[in-house]
Design a protein. Sequence first.
Length: 262
Amino acid sequence: MKSRSLPSGLLCMKTAIAILFLLSISPSVFASSEECVILLHGLGRTSLSMGRLERNLEKNGYLVWNHGYPSREKSIEELSAVVGEGIEQCRKKKAGKIHFVTHSLGGILVRQYFQDHQVAEAQRLIMLGPPNHGSEITDRHKDAWWYKEATGPAGQQLGTRPGSLPSRLKPIPLEIGIIAGTSGSVLFSSDFKDANDGKVSVESTKLDEMKDFLIVDTGHTFIMNSDEVIGQVIRFLKEGGFSQPKPAPSAPVTGPIGTVAE
């Protein structure tokens, strides 16, 4: 049986409908096609830890660079070179804008890199559980053999005391959003006095120059895998801010017999 070809008029109509459909799609769907996101994992982790976030960013149209670095083998100053590597890869992809999404130590590497580098394409930085003022765990355990073995030279630099590397870093010219967790760990609970994610206190994550800040009920180790966090990361990349939870409505003040007070 011979296959029938579509009449030319019907074919043109279908083509026109397809074009109109593409034009009707919100431009925001394609807005990130020239935007590149550099993912940087935390201390003692690998690029695999950022894999779920990577896949979600790609689904939203972003170019993504997610590569590992030897976090336990070098100092923060030496490790920050990976930021430059990511920037060069984004430039090779002709990205007009470059963003950063980091976990823990990864955020400190970005801040360190921008102490003496300028990148015209750099726009936004989302930091997940960053020890921006160090970690109390370092203060207490930095001299322990197991801590030295687990964290290497960079781990020795992450204390909270004055003069520590994070405390010496100057503000950088990026729009910064920070997400802090509050689901602490029993293992290191005695090292903290206030709310924390098990590795970093909420207060230590904050920066004076941050544009937005969000607290989530998540632990440090897997904060990047949270559906809520992934959604907030994408929102900040697109809009420059997080979606803040609405406060619960306060209960009405009642009088002695249960009537609402005027």
